[in-house]
Design a protein around this ligand. Structure first.
Ligand code: SAH
Length: 339
């Protein structure tokens, strides 16, 4: 607005219009008709990414395939839950088109990496889910496609908009990372009141490298030191995610070693166990319920708080690590957004 000689309150009207879901600048009637025409002529666009496709699972989870302005496609997942006294709606947002990290057991990495998302492309996922469910979003997890800490500027800007403009409490936002050197400390200095979740998946360096190739460039000891530093800087304990792969990292000795690792670093914070969700062309197996319970019991008896992630959205291929689509690399030319 400043660049076209308009006063600051016009910018606020424009922003409010966008936040209220205007599909085009012409819908923002607080702006004069002339000004709207001028903005449209300048190519100012608002509205949502194109909802290309959606799939529902029996548990109410819905996965949305969103087509971005350049034809690329990302996925976002809405996960409804009823707590004792309030209805929750969690959105699992993507931060990149695809992912370069290539964790061996995850579907997203198999499709390769195309590009980082822009802040509005992250916020748009949340607003789309909110509108499709007709319900306020209560929680956000950056656990969709991509590695959020490789796209920190966009993730932080989206975080700010979600928190300040859309009103989602910082404590209801979780950013999940497999670990990117230097990025955890940088985030710690920002002292966000959000949760940082670290995908650890193994209790020692040798096993972690087998499962998570990026661990070679970021040894477990360095990762743990950064998690301690994150706590010191932000006052917030990191939580750990551990995807259980049958016969690979789900044995009792792994649970014991994990408990010892966390104790040694004074990081006996929350561990979230995720029984592996099947992914095409993958040799891994989901562990038995008994194996999962025994693993959890070892951690608990060592004083580590544990939760088990409910598998949600399996039939919609929307459960953790299943987000993938064949358009990850190739833009959808034939559906290009009309300009
Ligand atoms: N790049 C971020 C976000 C990824 S998704 C990160 O790595 O943390 C969130 C979690 O789901 C991660 O812990 C990821 O390792 C896990 N995950 C990926 N594929 C999975 C699968 N097939 N089954 C269960 N969990 C999976």
């Amino acid at each position: 607005m400043a660049s076209i000689g308009q006063p600051a309150y016009r910018a606020k009207q424009l922003r409010d219009g966008v936040m209220q879901g205007a599909r085009s600048v012409h819908d923002i009637t607080t702006l004069s008709k002339d000004l709207r025409a001028q903005l449209a002529e300048k190519g100012v666009r608002t509205g949502r990414s194109v909802l290309h496709h959606s799939v529902s699972a029996a548990d109410g989870t819905r996965k949305f395939l969103l087509q971005l302005a350049d034809g690329r496609v990302v996925e976002t997942v809405g996960i409804p839950a009823d707590d004792a006294n309030r209805r929750r709606l969690t959105v699992c947002v993507s931060s990149q088109v695809g992912c370069p990290m290539r964790c061996t057991f995850c579907a997203t990495g198999k499709g390769g990496f195309a590009r980082n998302l822009l802040p509005h492309e992250i916020v748009d996922q949340v607003l789309t889910v909110q509108e499709e469910f007709g319900q306020r979003v209560s929680n956000i997890v950056f656990m969709g496609m991509g590695e959020p800490l490789l796209n920190l500027p966009s993730v932080l800007r989206a975080h700010e908009i979600l928190n300040k403009d859309i009103g989602i409490g910082a404590r209801h936002i979780t950013i999940s990372t497999v670990g990117v050197p230097n990025a955890i400390r940088r985030m710690g200095r920002l002292a966000l009141q959000s949760t940082l979740a670290v995908s650890i998946h193994a209790p020692n360096q040798a096993l972690r490298e087998e499962i998570v190739p990026s661990a070679r460039a970021y040894p477990l000891e360095a990762l743990m030191a950064d998690c301690m530093e994150y706590f010191r800087l932000s006052g917030r304990r990191v939580t750990f995610e551990y995807t259980l792969l049958a016969g690979v990292n789900d044995q009792l000795r792994h649970a014991e070693e994990l408990a010892a690792l966390l104790r040694r670093h004074d990081l006996r914070s929350h561990v979230n166990l995720i029984p592996w969700n099947p992914v095409d062309e993958s040799e891994f197996q989901r562990p038995s319920r008994r194996a999962v319970q025994q693993f959890a019991a070892v951690l608990e008896s060592a004083g580590v708080p544990v939760s088990l992630r409910n598998t949600r959205g399996l039939e919609a291929a929307a459960a953790c690590g299943q987000l993938r689509n064949r358009h990850q690399k190739q833009p959808l030319e034939q559906f290009a957004v009309p300009t």
